[in-house]
Design a protein around this ligand. Structure first.
Ligand SMILES: Cc1ncc(COP(=O)(O)O)c(C=O)c1O
Length: 391
Protein backbone atom coordinates (compact mmCIF):
# COMPACT_ATOMS: atom_id res chain seq x y z
CA UNK A 1 0.00 0.00 0.00
CA UNK A 2 1.15 3.48 -0.82
CA UNK A 3 2.37 5.41 2.26
CA UNK A 4 0.03 8.31 1.73
CA UNK A 5 -3.16 6.43 2.54
CA UNK A 6 -4.35 6.51 6.14
CA UNK A 7 -4.09 2.86 7.19
CA UNK A 8 -7.66 2.46 8.44
CA UNK A 9 -8.18 -0.62 6.26
CA UNK A 10 -6.19 -3.83 6.40
CA UNK A 11 -6.14 -4.04 2.62
CA UNK A 12 -5.82 -7.26 0.68
CA UNK A 13 -3.03 -7.14 -1.90
CA UNK A 14 -5.25 -7.38 -4.94
CA UNK A 15 -5.59 -4.61 -7.49
CA UNK A 16 -8.49 -4.84 -9.88
CA UNK A 17 -8.14 -3.12 -13.21
CA UNK A 18 -11.61 -3.58 -14.62
CA UNK A 19 -14.84 -5.44 -14.05
CA UNK A 20 -17.73 -6.87 -16.03
CA UNK A 21 -20.91 -8.25 -14.54
CA UNK A 22 -20.03 -10.53 -11.61
CA UNK A 23 -16.33 -10.61 -12.53
CA UNK A 24 -13.33 -8.51 -11.49
CA UNK A 25 -10.05 -8.59 -13.40
CA UNK A 26 -6.48 -8.08 -12.22
CA UNK A 27 -3.59 -7.96 -14.66
CA UNK A 28 -3.43 -11.75 -14.81
CA UNK A 29 -6.56 -13.25 -13.25
CA UNK A 30 -10.29 -12.96 -13.00
CA UNK A 31 -12.27 -13.24 -9.76
CA UNK A 32 -15.92 -14.04 -9.21
CA UNK A 33 -17.07 -11.10 -7.12
CA UNK A 34 -19.59 -12.31 -4.54
CA UNK A 35 -18.86 -9.35 -2.28
CA UNK A 36 -20.21 -6.69 -4.69
CA UNK A 37 -18.26 -3.92 -2.98
CA UNK A 38 -20.09 -5.02 0.21
CA UNK A 39 -23.61 -5.07 -1.20
CA UNK A 40 -23.06 -2.05 -3.42
CA UNK A 41 -22.65 -3.18 -7.06
CA UNK A 42 -26.18 -4.54 -7.22
CA UNK A 43 -26.15 -4.63 -11.03
CA UNK A 44 -22.60 -5.90 -11.32
CA UNK A 45 -19.55 -4.13 -12.67
CA UNK A 46 -19.59 -1.89 -15.74
CA UNK A 47 -23.30 -2.30 -16.17
CA UNK A 48 -24.23 -0.89 -19.57
CA UNK A 49 -27.44 0.79 -18.41
CA UNK A 50 -25.73 2.47 -15.46
CA UNK A 51 -22.79 3.52 -17.63
CA UNK A 52 -25.17 5.09 -20.13
CA UNK A 53 -27.09 6.89 -17.37
CA UNK A 54 -23.87 8.27 -15.90
CA UNK A 55 -22.32 9.18 -19.23
CA UNK A 56 -25.37 10.89 -20.59
CA UNK A 57 -25.87 12.89 -17.37
CA UNK A 58 -22.17 13.76 -17.22
CA UNK A 59 -22.48 15.34 -20.67
CA UNK A 60 -25.27 17.58 -19.41
CA UNK A 61 -24.75 18.60 -15.79
CA UNK A 62 -23.01 17.17 -12.73
CA UNK A 63 -23.88 19.34 -9.79
CA UNK A 64 -25.71 22.57 -9.03
CA UNK A 65 -26.24 22.35 -5.23
CA UNK A 66 -29.54 21.93 -3.48
CA UNK A 67 -30.09 25.68 -3.75
CA UNK A 68 -31.78 24.87 -7.06
CA UNK A 69 -34.39 22.49 -8.35
CA UNK A 70 -32.83 19.16 -9.36
CA UNK A 71 -35.24 17.27 -11.57
CA UNK A 72 -33.19 14.03 -11.46
CA UNK A 73 -33.49 14.13 -7.65
CA UNK A 74 -37.22 14.73 -7.86
CA UNK A 75 -37.60 11.69 -10.11
CA UNK A 76 -35.69 9.39 -7.74
CA UNK A 77 -37.66 10.68 -4.75
CA UNK A 78 -40.93 10.13 -6.59
CA UNK A 79 -39.97 6.56 -7.49
CA UNK A 80 -38.81 5.74 -3.96
CA UNK A 81 -42.04 7.11 -2.49
CA UNK A 82 -44.31 5.39 -5.00
CA UNK A 83 -42.55 2.09 -4.35
CA UNK A 84 -42.59 2.30 -0.54
CA UNK A 85 -44.33 3.68 2.55
CA UNK A 86 -42.63 7.07 2.17
CA UNK A 87 -43.93 10.52 1.26
CA UNK A 88 -40.67 12.46 1.36
CA UNK A 89 -36.96 11.77 0.79
CA UNK A 90 -33.79 13.51 1.96
CA UNK A 91 -30.68 12.75 -0.10
CA UNK A 92 -27.13 12.38 1.20
CA UNK A 93 -24.01 10.50 0.07
CA UNK A 94 -23.61 7.41 2.24
CA UNK A 95 -25.19 5.05 4.72
CA UNK A 96 -23.59 6.72 7.72
CA UNK A 97 -24.93 10.09 6.65
CA UNK A 98 -28.36 8.55 6.24
CA UNK A 99 -28.06 7.25 9.84
CA UNK A 100 -27.22 10.73 11.09
CA UNK A 101 -30.12 12.20 9.15
CA UNK A 102 -32.60 9.66 10.47
CA UNK A 103 -31.51 10.15 14.09
CA UNK A 104 -31.75 13.93 13.76
CA UNK A 105 -35.19 13.70 12.20
CA UNK A 106 -36.50 11.35 14.92
CA UNK A 107 -35.42 13.77 17.64
CA UNK A 108 -36.66 16.83 15.78
CA UNK A 109 -40.09 15.26 15.37
CA UNK A 110 -40.65 15.03 19.11
CA UNK A 111 -39.00 18.39 19.76
CA UNK A 112 -41.34 20.15 17.35
CA UNK A 113 -44.28 18.31 18.90
CA UNK A 114 -43.37 19.83 22.26
CA UNK A 115 -41.90 16.62 23.70
CA UNK A 116 -38.45 18.04 24.28
CA UNK A 117 -37.38 15.26 26.62
CA UNK A 118 -37.93 12.53 24.04
CA UNK A 119 -34.39 12.15 22.74
CA UNK A 120 -33.36 8.57 23.44
CA UNK A 121 -33.35 5.98 20.73
CA UNK A 122 -33.43 2.21 21.20
CA UNK A 123 -30.72 0.41 19.20
CA UNK A 124 -29.48 -3.20 19.21
CA UNK A 125 -26.67 -5.58 19.93
CA UNK A 126 -24.79 -6.59 16.76
CA UNK A 127 -26.02 -3.47 14.99
CA UNK A 128 -23.94 -1.48 12.52
CA UNK A 129 -24.99 1.95 11.29
CA UNK A 130 -21.79 3.52 9.95
CA UNK A 131 -18.68 5.28 11.21
CA UNK A 132 -19.75 8.86 11.91
CA UNK A 133 -19.86 9.92 15.55
CA UNK A 134 -23.57 9.16 15.64
CA UNK A 135 -23.12 5.91 13.72
CA UNK A 136 -20.52 4.52 16.13
CA UNK A 137 -22.79 5.35 19.07
CA UNK A 138 -25.79 3.68 17.45
CA UNK A 139 -23.72 0.66 16.39
CA UNK A 140 -22.78 -2.00 18.91
CA UNK A 141 -19.07 -2.48 18.20
CA UNK A 142 -17.18 -0.99 21.15
CA UNK A 143 -13.87 -0.95 19.29
CA UNK A 144 -15.39 1.49 16.79
CA UNK A 145 -15.93 3.97 19.64
CA UNK A 146 -12.61 3.58 21.40
CA UNK A 147 -10.80 6.90 21.70
CA UNK A 148 -13.31 8.85 19.67
CA UNK A 149 -15.81 10.05 22.25
CA UNK A 150 -15.49 12.99 24.66
CA UNK A 151 -16.48 10.66 27.50
CA UNK A 152 -15.61 6.98 27.30
CA UNK A 153 -19.02 6.01 28.66
CA UNK A 154 -21.07 8.34 26.42
CA UNK A 155 -24.13 6.64 25.05
CA UNK A 156 -25.05 9.62 22.89
CA UNK A 157 -28.70 9.14 23.73
CA UNK A 158 -28.87 5.51 22.61
CA UNK A 159 -30.22 2.65 24.69
CA UNK A 160 -29.01 -0.77 23.54
CA UNK A 161 -31.01 -3.98 23.82
CA UNK A 162 -30.85 -7.54 22.45
CA UNK A 163 -31.92 -7.96 18.83
CA UNK A 164 -34.99 -10.11 18.47
CA UNK A 165 -36.33 -9.69 22.01
CA UNK A 166 -39.63 -7.81 22.36
CA UNK A 167 -39.34 -8.09 26.12
CA UNK A 168 -36.03 -6.21 26.03
CA UNK A 169 -37.62 -3.36 24.07
CA UNK A 170 -40.60 -3.25 26.43
CA UNK A 171 -38.26 -2.96 29.41
CA UNK A 172 -36.27 -0.14 27.79
CA UNK A 173 -39.29 2.05 27.04
CA UNK A 174 -39.76 5.14 29.18
CA UNK A 175 -40.97 8.72 28.63
CA UNK A 176 -37.65 9.75 27.10
CA UNK A 177 -37.68 7.23 24.27
CA UNK A 178 -38.13 8.87 20.87
CA UNK A 179 -37.76 5.93 18.54
CA UNK A 180 -36.46 2.49 17.68
CA UNK A 181 -33.78 2.11 14.99
CA UNK A 182 -32.62 -1.20 13.54
CA UNK A 183 -31.68 -3.24 10.49
CA UNK A 184 -34.44 -5.67 9.44
CA UNK A 185 -31.48 -7.92 8.58
CA UNK A 186 -28.26 -7.17 10.40
CA UNK A 187 -25.47 -7.26 7.82
CA UNK A 188 -22.14 -6.53 9.51
CA UNK A 189 -23.48 -8.20 12.67
CA UNK A 190 -23.66 -11.56 10.90
CA UNK A 191 -26.80 -11.74 8.70
CA UNK A 192 -29.34 -11.86 11.53
CA UNK A 193 -32.87 -11.80 10.15
CA UNK A 194 -35.68 -10.17 12.14
CA UNK A 195 -38.77 -12.25 11.51
CA UNK A 196 -42.03 -10.76 10.31
CA UNK A 197 -43.71 -11.15 13.73
CA UNK A 198 -40.91 -9.26 15.40
CA UNK A 199 -41.36 -6.37 12.97
CA UNK A 200 -45.08 -6.43 13.69
CA UNK A 201 -44.52 -6.37 17.43
CA UNK A 202 -42.01 -3.52 17.24
CA UNK A 203 -44.49 -1.54 15.14
CA UNK A 204 -47.19 -2.22 17.74
CA UNK A 205 -44.93 -0.93 20.53
CA UNK A 206 -44.08 2.20 18.53
CA UNK A 207 -47.78 2.91 17.98
CA UNK A 208 -48.61 2.26 21.62
CA UNK A 209 -46.01 4.70 22.96
CA UNK A 210 -46.18 7.16 20.08
CA UNK A 211 -42.53 6.71 19.16
CA UNK A 212 -41.00 6.41 15.71
CA UNK A 213 -39.87 3.26 13.94
CA UNK A 214 -36.78 3.79 11.76
CA UNK A 215 -35.29 0.96 9.70
CA UNK A 216 -31.72 0.83 8.43
CA UNK A 217 -31.95 -0.75 4.99
CA UNK A 218 -28.53 0.43 3.84
CA UNK A 219 -27.37 -3.16 3.35
CA UNK A 220 -30.59 -5.18 3.12
CA UNK A 221 -32.55 -2.78 0.89
CA UNK A 222 -32.61 -2.10 -2.87
CA UNK A 223 -33.66 -5.57 -3.89
CA UNK A 224 -31.10 -7.57 -1.89
CA UNK A 225 -33.70 -9.79 -0.22
CA UNK A 226 -35.92 -10.13 -3.28
CA UNK A 227 -38.19 -7.18 -2.36
CA UNK A 228 -37.22 -3.59 -3.04
CA UNK A 229 -37.04 -3.08 0.74
CA UNK A 230 -36.70 -5.88 3.27
CA UNK A 231 -39.55 -4.55 5.47
CA UNK A 232 -41.89 -5.27 2.53
CA UNK A 233 -41.81 -8.96 3.43
CA UNK A 234 -44.05 -7.89 6.34
CA UNK A 235 -47.29 -5.88 6.47
CA UNK A 236 -45.83 -3.13 8.60
CA UNK A 237 -44.66 0.30 7.52
CA UNK A 238 -41.83 2.18 9.22
CA UNK A 239 -41.88 5.93 9.84
CA UNK A 240 -38.36 6.37 8.45
CA UNK A 241 -35.95 4.24 6.43
CA UNK A 242 -32.31 4.73 5.50
CA UNK A 243 -30.87 3.62 2.17
CA UNK A 244 -27.45 3.79 0.46
CA UNK A 245 -25.04 1.11 -0.89
CA UNK A 246 -27.06 -0.51 -3.73
CA UNK A 247 -29.05 2.66 -4.35
CA UNK A 248 -26.27 4.04 -6.53
CA UNK A 249 -25.00 0.67 -7.80
CA UNK A 250 -21.45 1.91 -7.06
CA UNK A 251 -22.03 5.65 -7.32
CA UNK A 252 -22.13 7.25 -3.84
CA UNK A 253 -25.66 8.20 -2.82
CA UNK A 254 -27.73 7.78 0.32
CA UNK A 255 -31.27 8.63 1.30
CA UNK A 256 -33.61 8.97 4.25
CA UNK A 257 -37.20 8.08 3.40
CA UNK A 258 -40.01 9.20 5.70
CA UNK A 259 -43.74 9.75 6.07
CA UNK A 260 -45.38 13.18 5.85
CA UNK A 261 -46.10 13.03 9.58
CA UNK A 262 -42.35 13.03 10.26
CA UNK A 263 -41.32 15.22 7.34
CA UNK A 264 -43.67 18.02 8.46
CA UNK A 265 -41.40 18.76 11.41
CA UNK A 266 -38.33 19.40 9.26
CA UNK A 267 -38.21 22.99 8.05
CA UNK A 268 -35.92 25.08 5.84
CA UNK A 269 -32.36 24.90 7.03
CA UNK A 270 -32.97 22.07 9.53
CA UNK A 271 -30.69 19.65 7.60
CA UNK A 272 -28.57 19.69 4.48
CA UNK A 273 -25.82 18.22 2.32
CA UNK A 274 -23.78 19.90 -0.41
CA UNK A 275 -23.51 16.89 -2.67
CA UNK A 276 -26.61 15.00 -1.48
CA UNK A 277 -28.75 13.99 -4.45
CA UNK A 278 -26.81 15.77 -7.16
CA UNK A 279 -27.57 15.22 -10.82
CA UNK A 280 -24.91 12.56 -11.40
CA UNK A 281 -25.84 10.48 -8.35
CA UNK A 282 -29.55 10.70 -9.06
CA UNK A 283 -29.25 9.85 -12.75
CA UNK A 284 -27.55 6.60 -11.72
CA UNK A 285 -29.93 5.93 -8.80
CA UNK A 286 -32.90 6.35 -11.11
CA UNK A 287 -31.43 3.83 -13.54
CA UNK A 288 -30.79 1.39 -10.65
CA UNK A 289 -34.38 1.66 -9.40
CA UNK A 290 -35.79 1.25 -12.91
CA UNK A 291 -33.75 -1.90 -13.48
CA UNK A 292 -34.52 -3.47 -10.13
CA UNK A 293 -38.24 -2.86 -10.40
CA UNK A 294 -38.51 -4.26 -13.94
CA UNK A 295 -40.92 -7.16 -14.29
CA UNK A 296 -39.50 -10.41 -12.91
CA UNK A 297 -36.20 -8.88 -11.70
CA UNK A 298 -37.00 -9.27 -8.00
CA UNK A 299 -38.74 -12.60 -8.55
CA UNK A 300 -35.46 -13.87 -10.01
CA UNK A 301 -33.55 -12.57 -6.97
CA UNK A 302 -35.97 -14.55 -4.78
CA UNK A 303 -35.61 -17.68 -6.91
CA UNK A 304 -31.83 -17.47 -6.99
CA UNK A 305 -31.84 -16.78 -3.26
CA UNK A 306 -33.78 -20.03 -2.70
CA UNK A 307 -31.45 -21.89 -5.06
CA UNK A 308 -28.38 -20.63 -3.20
CA UNK A 309 -29.89 -21.41 0.19
CA UNK A 310 -30.83 -24.92 -0.88
CA UNK A 311 -27.29 -25.64 -2.07
CA UNK A 312 -25.76 -24.13 1.06
CA UNK A 313 -28.04 -26.21 3.28
CA UNK A 314 -26.74 -29.33 1.51
CA UNK A 315 -23.17 -28.20 2.21
CA UNK A 316 -24.13 -27.69 5.84
CA UNK A 317 -25.40 -31.28 6.01
CA UNK A 318 -22.20 -32.55 4.39
CA UNK A 319 -19.82 -30.45 6.48
CA UNK A 320 -21.39 -30.22 9.97
CA UNK A 321 -17.93 -29.88 11.54
CA UNK A 322 -17.36 -26.60 9.71
CA UNK A 323 -20.76 -25.01 9.10
CA UNK A 324 -23.01 -24.11 12.05
CA UNK A 325 -25.85 -22.52 10.10
CA UNK A 326 -26.98 -20.95 6.86
CA UNK A 327 -28.43 -17.48 7.25
CA UNK A 328 -30.15 -14.74 5.31
CA UNK A 329 -32.80 -13.95 2.77
CA UNK A 330 -32.64 -13.61 -1.00
CA UNK A 331 -29.11 -12.76 -2.11
CA UNK A 332 -28.11 -11.47 1.33
CA UNK A 333 -26.84 -14.72 2.69
CA UNK A 334 -24.30 -15.95 5.17
CA UNK A 335 -22.57 -19.13 6.28
CA UNK A 336 -21.93 -19.32 10.00
CA UNK A 337 -18.65 -21.18 10.40
CA UNK A 338 -16.87 -23.06 13.13
CA UNK A 339 -13.50 -21.97 11.77
CA UNK A 340 -12.13 -18.40 11.43
CA UNK A 341 -13.86 -16.52 8.63
CA UNK A 342 -10.67 -14.80 7.50
CA UNK A 343 -9.07 -18.20 6.82
CA UNK A 344 -12.10 -19.27 4.82
CA UNK A 345 -12.32 -16.04 2.80
CA UNK A 346 -8.58 -16.23 2.06
CA UNK A 347 -8.93 -19.78 0.79
CA UNK A 348 -11.89 -18.81 -1.40
CA UNK A 349 -9.89 -15.84 -2.71
CA UNK A 350 -7.03 -18.14 -3.63
CA UNK A 351 -9.61 -20.02 -5.70
CA UNK A 352 -10.69 -16.71 -7.26
CA UNK A 353 -13.95 -16.25 -5.37
CA UNK A 354 -14.48 -13.05 -3.37
CA UNK A 355 -16.56 -13.30 -0.18
CA UNK A 356 -16.86 -10.93 2.80
CA UNK A 357 -16.56 -11.75 6.49
CA UNK A 358 -19.10 -10.41 8.98
CA UNK A 359 -19.17 -10.50 12.78
CA UNK A 360 -20.01 -13.63 14.77
CA UNK A 361 -18.06 -15.94 12.48
CA UNK A 362 -20.25 -15.44 9.45
CA UNK A 363 -19.04 -15.28 5.85
CA UNK A 364 -21.32 -13.21 3.63
CA UNK A 365 -22.23 -14.20 0.10
CA UNK A 366 -23.32 -11.06 -1.74
CA UNK A 367 -23.44 -11.59 -5.50
CA UNK A 368 -24.76 -8.86 -7.76
CA UNK A 369 -28.55 -9.11 -7.99
CA UNK A 370 -28.33 -9.83 -11.72
CA UNK A 371 -25.92 -12.74 -11.15
CA UNK A 372 -26.21 -15.66 -13.58
CA UNK A 373 -27.27 -19.08 -12.35
CA UNK A 374 -24.09 -20.57 -13.69
CA UNK A 375 -22.07 -18.11 -11.58
CA UNK A 376 -23.98 -19.21 -8.48
CA UNK A 377 -23.05 -22.79 -9.33
CA UNK A 378 -19.38 -21.86 -9.73
CA UNK A 379 -19.42 -20.11 -6.34
CA UNK A 380 -21.07 -23.12 -4.67
CA UNK A 381 -18.47 -25.48 -6.10
CA UNK A 382 -15.60 -23.22 -4.94
CA UNK A 383 -17.16 -23.02 -1.47
CA UNK A 384 -17.41 -26.81 -1.45
CA UNK A 385 -13.74 -27.14 -2.47
CA UNK A 386 -12.81 -24.81 0.41
CA UNK A 387 -14.90 -26.88 2.83
CA UNK A 388 -13.22 -30.06 1.62
CA UNK A 389 -9.82 -28.53 2.05
CA UNK A 390 -10.36 -27.29 5.61
CA UNK A 391 -12.17 -30.40 6.83
C1 LIG B 1 -26.72 -1.45 7.84
C2 LIG B 1 -25.70 -0.40 7.52
N1 LIG B 1 -25.92 0.87 7.88
C3 LIG B 1 -25.05 1.84 7.60
C4 LIG B 1 -23.86 1.57 6.97
C5 LIG B 1 -22.88 2.66 6.69
O1 LIG B 1 -22.85 2.92 5.34
P1 LIG B 1 -21.62 3.72 4.70
O2 LIG B 1 -20.43 2.84 4.80
O3 LIG B 1 -22.08 4.00 3.30
O4 LIG B 1 -21.46 4.96 5.49
C6 LIG B 1 -23.57 0.26 6.60
C7 LIG B 1 -22.30 -0.08 5.95
O5 LIG B 1 -21.85 -1.19 5.94
C8 LIG B 1 -24.51 -0.76 6.87
O6 LIG B 1 -24.28 -2.04 6.56
Amino acid sequence: MNNYILPTYNRIKLKFLHGKGSWLYTKHDRYLDFSSGIAVNCLGHSNKILKNALQSQSNKLWHTSNLYTISEQEKVAEQLCKLSFADKVFFCNSGAEATDGAIKIIRKYHYENGNKKKKKIIVFNNAFHGRTLTGILAGSNESHREGFLPHAKSTGGFVRVDYGSIEAIDKAIDNNIAGIFFEPIQGEGGINVADVNYLKEVRRICNKYNILLALDEVQCGIGRTGKLFAYQWSNIKPDLLTSAKGLGGGFPVGAVLMTNKVAKKMNFGSHGSTFGGNQLACAVALAVIREITKKNFLKKVQDYGFFLKEKLEVLKLNYPMIISSIKGKGLLSGIELKIPTDTFCKLAREKKLLLVPAANNVVRILPPLNVKKNELKIAISVIEECLKEVS
